[in-house]
Design a protein around this ligand. Structure first.
Ligand SMILES: [Zn+2]
Length: 265
C-alpha cells in the first residue's frame, strides 16, 4: 500500500481530487493549479486521461509531481477517432507505477459524439485492460445506464467510481449495491434539483473530485476550475448533510485510499 503524504500526521483537514484534467492545460496553468491545490489541503490529485495524448500527459505530470497520480483511458466521446490507438494505451499501462486507474471510460448517449456501438466496444476493451492490470476504473456514464449495467454485470469483481454522478437515486442505489464509488464535483453546488441524490450517497461510497478545468463550483462560476476548489464541493456536502469537514475528510480519504491506492500490481 502506498502511504498517504506526511500531512496525515497533522490535524489538518485534507482531501483528494479524484478526477481532474489539469495536465491538459498549459505548463504554467497546471503548475499554479497544483501549488494552489496543495496550499488548500488537496494533497492527492488524480489526473485523468481522455485520449491517448492526454493519457501520456497525465502520466508525465504524475511522474514529475509527488502528489499527483495518473488514470489513463479513452473517453467515450473519442471512441470512433481513437479506437485504433488502443495498443498505445496498453503499452502505457505497464510503464509507470504512478498509474492508479483506467479512465475515464464509459458511455455518453447525451452527446453521442461517437456511435453507440463504437462506445460499447471500446468500453469493453478498456475494462479488460483494467482487469489485466488489476486497476480500478473511473467511469463516465451519461444517459446510458440501460446499456451500461449489462456490460458492467458481465464482468466479475470490477472496482471503480461513477465519476461526476448526476443520475437518478435508483441508479445511485444500484451502483452502491454493486460496490461502486460515487464521484461528486462542483455540479452539486449549483444543480439544486439534485439535492436528494447528493444527500443519499452513503459516506462510505463518496469520493470528491473537480473535473477541473470544467464544472467550476459556486461561488467561482465563470472562472476556470482547479483542484483547490474541491474545498467548495466538500463544504457544500458538509452543509447539506450537517457533518464536519473532519468527518467528510476521514470518510472520503479512506474511500480514495481503498479504491486507488491499495492496488497490488
Ligand atoms: Zn473528466
Amino acid at each position: 500500500m502506498r502511504s498517504l503524504s506526511n500531512e496525515k500526521s497533522t490535524n489538518r483537514v485534507v482531501f483528494t481530487d479524484t478526477h481532474c484534467h489539469i495536465h491538459e492545460e498549459s505548463y504554467e496553468e497546471s503548475e499554479h493549479a497544483y501549488i494552489r491545490a496543495l496550499d488548500a489541503g488537496i494533497h492527492q490529485i488524480l489526473c485523468v486521461g481522455t485520449d491517448i495524448k492526454s493519457s501520456y500527459e497525465a502520466v508525465e505530470f504524475a511522474e514529475t509531481h509527488d502528489n499527483a497520480w495518473a488514470i489513463i483511458g479513452i473517453h467515450p466521446h473519442e471512441a470512433k477517432k481513437e479506437a485504433g490507438q488502443l495498443v498505445k494505451l496498453e503499452q502505457l499501462a505497464s510503464r509507470s507505477s504512478k498509474i492508479v486507474g483506467i479512465g475515464e471510460i464509459g458511455l455518453d448517449y447525451y452527446y453521442t459524439h461517437s456511435p453507440r456501438e463504437d462506445q460499447v466496444a471500446l468500453l469493453r476493451l478498456q475494462i479488460e485492460l483494467a482487469r489485466l492490470h488489476n486497476l480500478p476504473i473511473s467511469f463516465h456514464v451519461r444517459e446510458a445506464f440501460d446499456d451500461f449495467w449489462p456490460i458492467f454485470e458481465s464482468y466479475k469483481g470490477l472496482r471503480g467510481v461513477l465519476h461526476s454522478y448526476t443520475d437518478t437515486v435508483p441508479n445511485l442505489l444500484k451502483a452502491v449495491s454493486k460496490g461502486l464509488y460515487i464521484g461528486v464535483n462542483g455540479i452539486s453546488t449549483f444543480a439544486k434539483d439534485k439535492k436528494e441524490v447528493y444527500s443519499t450517497i452513503p459516506l462510505e461510497s463518496l469520493l470528491l473530485e473537480t473535473d477541473a478545468p470544467f464544472l467550476t463550483p459556486a461561488p467561482h462560476r465563470g472562472k476556470v476550475n482547479e483542484p483547490a476548489f474541491v474545498t467548495h464541493v466538500a463544504q457544500y456536502i458538509c452543509d447539506l448533510r450537517s457533518i464536519t469537514p473532519q468527518e467528510l475528510s476521514r470518510a472520503t480519504e479512506r474511500n480514495a485510499q481503498t479504491l486507488f491506492f491499495n492496488t497490488k500490481k
